[in-house]
Every structure is written in structure tokens, then in C-alpha cells.
Design a protein around this ligand. Structure first.
Ligand code: HEC
Length: 145
């Protein structure tokens, strides 16, 4: 019996190579993250303790800053206006209010990595807490149930 290139083996190998190709291009697309500084001096300062719910919910100035901060730091993966093009979750569907706040702050601080691959970079130490909650304040204005 032939042990090398049966049609099934060839098919399996082709599929494996395709999967590898997808993984590599995804890693590449996510590799060029250059975080942008966000000016939050017009917002109430939040101090060093991490909050669990958004102190700026509904705040006009925070929403204004948050939209621009999102466009500069998140839109390349999550899409302009938070309308996802498919490479990252559509953040308009993040739950509203405190439930969504909790998911949001955990994810933006820690990012997302699995098996040594970075799907989303951590923003703790890069964006201030003020900028993070400003982004969340804007995100809630485009929320979809
Ligand atoms: C390099 C691409 C990339 C960038 C930049 C990025 N993200 Fe993500 N984000 C992802 C991916 C991919 C996931 C899904 C992670 C997973 O599969 O575990 C994700 C998940 C999330 C989630 C969780 C969504 C859910 O439904 O649970 C939130 C919240 C989030 N990102 C917010 C942000 C914010 C805010 C920014 C900007 C400060 C940002 N992300 C920047 C790629 C990115």
C-alpha cells in the first residue's frame, strides 16, 4: 500500500497549509499596532484605583474624546464606528451598562492572547484609565441590542 501521496493525504496537507496561511496573515495584520496618546485633561481625573463601572457614562466630553481615541487605537481591528469588518468582535453588541463595562475594562487592560498568539494587545500602561472609560462612553452611544 502506498504510504505517501494518496489523494486524501494530499487534501489534508493542502487544508493544513491553508489553515497555516490564514493564521500567519491574521498575526501579520495584527502586528503593526502603534498606540496613540489620548488627551484626557478636560475629564475628571480618576486616580490609580481601577474602576469597575464607567464614571463617564453619558458625559458629552468623554464621548467626544472616546470616539477619537477609538478611531486611533481600536478601529483598525474593530472597524470604523465600531462596525466590525469581521477580524474582531463587533463592539456595538457589547452589553449595555455595568455588565458591558466589566467585560470592556478587563479586555482593554489585558488584551487577548491564546497559545502565544496575540489577538488583541493589552492597553494597560499604554492608555490611561481616563482614555479607556472615554472609549467605553462613546461605545455605549453606538450600542445595538
Ligand atoms: C490588533 C487588533 C485589535 C486591536 C488594535 C484592538 N482589539 Fe479588541 N479585540 C481584538 C480581537 C481579535 C478580539 C477577540 C479576542 C478573542 O478572540 O479572545 C478583541 C476583543 C475585544 C473585546 C471583547 C469583546 C467581546 O465581545 O467579548 C473588547 C471589549 C475589545 N476588544 C475592545 C477593544 C478596544 C477598546 C480597543 C482599542 C483600545 C481594542 N479592542 C483594540 C482585536 C483587537
Amino acid at each position: 500500500m502506498a504510504t505517501t501521496s494518496t489523494p486524501l493525504r494530499r487534501l489534508k496537507r493542502a487544508l493544513a497549509i491553508t489553515a497555516l496561511g490564514f493564521a500567519t496573515s491574521a498575526a501579520f495584520a495584527h502586528g503593526d499596532v502603534t498606540p496613540q496618546a489620548v488627551d484626557t485633561h478636560t475629564l475628571k481625573a480618576l486616580g490609580d484605583t481601577w474602576l469597575e463601572s464607567n464614571p463617564y457614562r453619558g458625559d458629552k466630553e468623554a464621548i467626544r474624546i472616546g470616539e477619537s481615541a477609538f478611531t486611533q487605537n481600536c478601529a483598525r481591528c474593530h472597524g470604523i464606528g465600531a462596525v466590525s469588518g469581521g477580524i474582531a468582535p463587533d463592539l456595538r453588541y457589547l452589553p449595555a451598562e455595568d455588565e458591558g463595562d466589566e467585560i470592556f475594562i478587563m479586555r482593554i487592560r489585558n488584551g487577548a492572547s491564546r497559545n502565544g498568539r496575540v489577538y488583541m494587545p493589552p492597553f494597560e500602561g499604554i492608555l490611561q484609565q481616563e482614555a479607556m472609560w472615554a472609549i467605553r462612553a462613546w461605545l455605549e452611544t453606538v450600542h445595538v441590542e
